[in-house]
Design a protein around this ligand. Structure first.
Ligand SMILES: Cc1cc2nc3c(=O)[nH]c(=O)nc-3n(C[C@H](O)[C@H](O)[C@H](O)COP(=O)(O)OP(=O)(O)OC[C@H]3O[C@@H](n4cnc5c(N)ncnc54)[C@H](O)[C@@H]3O)c2cc1C
Length: 537
């Protein structure tokens, strides 16, 4: 596997959209960058909730662990979440009972309940001040959905062992006289304070954490970082959200979706603390109806922060009526203002979730790999609990302890994507490649990219991604994903190059942000010479 070198970026101000949660944690990483070779029992790649939970469980169980993260702790999706901890599974009990049967659905439910209980217990034991609280959740019908959706869900969830209620109004929401389901004992917390609390405990338990350390090569012996340091390990856990060590197998079993969040103050105590979810807009997408999810967080003496998310779409693939990702924020704002007394919007951000075709995470031994390589992926909208289940289950597998969840979460289970989303994304990635025409006028192409904008251009026969940074410097990268070569899409809201095939994402200067790609995009330099030259790395 080719190594990806860290770039001296001309876009030093570039960062992903930052969530509200980032304000509570140190802006520079409190952890060192790896600068030596190491040997350990387990190396964990990824410092999000999945990796950190695994590191916590294993170090508590007595294993020597090293965790490496190529950004800061929580700088991936965990820093962009809304952190509802739910047993109200967002892909619905009706779906789980149909697909897995009553008994396995019970097991799935128990694993999510156990995950929330584990977080609650750990917060107490480790004295993590992350505002963990239990609260009810309300599921209500989107007007475009079937009339029976709630009663069907009530029956299926009851069959799986949940005790829930049907209410004839939705507590806390404006203009809504509709019925809803009340799910008891859901929870919420501040995700980054929880994560940093776990890291402190890991260090106390003797674990080692390194940030700004990119695992460039990952195999059954351990990892080699981009700076050439080697970590040898008996067991390897890849918790990079989308597995960067897998070329195809797992990526045929899940689709990447972007999801959007806005947040702003509401008058204190004007809305009760709870979680709300609708059943998704079936007029927008029947197969994956984008749904809305809302919670509060204590903000200051006068206000609570209302955090509203949703408007998901397959990464790199927006319906025709949306020109760019910004439209999704506008739709989210109108929906939220219709239902809650939001004063203004003070934060907005977006992130990505991996949706497994059968809605269950992939946790366990990496298929077609050596026995000691494990993955955690397929988080979906219930990633907080899925990642926690990941930590608990991988710990048992490595410790040789039988766990009844092993069978249901097994990554090698038979499932592959045949959904329309999968085929649309596939076609989009191919279409971009086929529309390449050599020999366009490079001056005209470049002049059309305004400062702060990114565009796909044809330059000297190359299909390039051109980003004109706000100071007028042109960054020209190859517009082919380094994972499997699909045509990339410019995401204007996040200022990133996004891949419609499997959700890989790159910064404007080509630095890789999201897997499965694990290498930067080749950077081009424009000289007076034709053709365009690839910059040496
Ligand atoms: C907007 C949004 C809202 C959400 N809301 C909810 C919710 O309310 N409830 C819920 O349950 N779930 C929710 N989710 C899902 C949940 O946030 C995620 O499932 C979860 O945070 C994923 O954690 P992770 O550890 O798998 O991934 P990440 O947090 O992305 O961590 C993976 C880490 O791996 C690092 N990495 C990648 N490659 C390498 C490499 N080669 N070397 C070193 N490090 C590497 C990355 O930098 C990253 O930090 C939401 C997600 C989003 C985006």
């Amino acid at each position: 596997m080719e190594t990806s070198k860290k770039r001296e970026s001309s876009i030093s101000s570039f960062d992903r959209s930052k969530s509200y949660w980032n304000e509570a944690i140190p802006q520079t990483s409190p952890f060192p960058t790896l600068a030596e070779n190491l040997e350990t029992d387990v190396v964990i790649i990824g410092g999000g909730l999945a990796g950190v939970s695994t590191a916590y469980c294993l170090s508590k169980a007595g294993k020597k662990i090293v965790l490496v993260e190529d950004g800061n702790i929580g700088s991936g999706e965990t820093g962009h979440t809304t952190a509802h901890l739910v047993t109200a599974l967002d892909d619905r009990f009706t779906h789980f009972v149909k697909l897995f049967g009553k008994e396995d659905t019970r097991l799935i439910l128990q694993s999510h309940q156990a995950a929330i209980d584990f977080v609650e217990k750990t917060v107490k034991e480790e004295k993590i001040d992350c505002q963990f609280s239990r609260l009810p959740g309300f599921l209500f019908r989107h007007p475009s959905d079937d009339k029976e959706v709630l009663t069907d869900e009530f029956d299926a969830a009851t069959e799986a062992g949940l005790e829930l209620k049907i209410l004839d109004r939705i507590p806390g929401m404006m203009n809504n006289q509709e019925a809803c389901l009340e799910f008891p004992d859901q929870a919420q917390f501040h995700p980054l304070l929880y994560l940093h609390g776990l890291c402190k405990a890991i260090e106390k338990q003797g674990g080692k954490i390194y940030t700004n350390t990119h695992a460039a090569i990952i195999n059954a012996d351990g990892i080699i970082t981009e700076d050439g340091w080697i970590i040898k390990a008996d067991d390897i856990v890849v918790a990079t959200n989308s597995p960067v060590n897998d070329l195809v197998t797992i990526h045929l079993k899940q689709n990447a979706f972007r999801t959007y969040v806005i947040a702003g103050p509401v008058e204190k105590d004007s809305v009760p603390h709870a979680l709300w979810w609708d059943t998704g807009d079936h007029d927008v997408n029947k197969d994956f109806p984008p749904y809305h999810y809302v919670r509060l967080f204590p903000f200051n003496d006068e206000s609570d922060l209302l955090i509203s998310g949703g408007e998901d779409h397959p990464t790199g693939d927006l319906p025709k009526e949306d020109h760019n990702e910004a439209t999704r924020f506008q739709r989210l704002e109108s929906w939220t203002r219709e239902h809650f007394p939001l004063k203004e919007i003070t934060y907005h951000w977006s992130g990505q979730v991996m949706e497994p075709v059968d809605s269950l995470a992939f946790i366990g031994k990496n298929p077609m790999d050596k026995e000691n390589v494990y993955i955690i992926t397929g988080d979906s909208g219930t990633g907080m609990t899925h990642c926690t289940i990941g930590g608990l289950l991988i710990c048992d597998l490595i410790m040789g302890i039988d766990n009844p969840w092993e069978r249901i979460y097994r990554p090698s289970r038979m499932t592959f994507s045949s959904s329309p989303v999968f085929f649309r994304s596939l076609m989009r990635g191919i279409k971009g490649l086929l529309t390449a025409t050599p020999g366009d006028d490079r001056v005209k192409e470049l002049e059309a990219v305004n400062p702060g904008e990114g565009k796909i251009c044809q330059i000297d026969g190359h299909r390039c991604g051109v980003y004109n940074d706000p100071h007028g410097a042109m960054n020209i990268v190859s517009a082919k994903c380094t994972h499997l070569g699909a045509a990339l899409h410019w995401n204007d809201a996040e200022k990133s190059w996004d891949c419609p095939w499997h959700g890989s994402r790159f910064a404007p200067d080509g630095q890789v942000i999201n897997g499965p790609a694990n290498r930067n995009l080749p950077l081009y330099t424009l000289s007076d010479e034709i053709p365009l030259e690839r910059k040496g790395e």
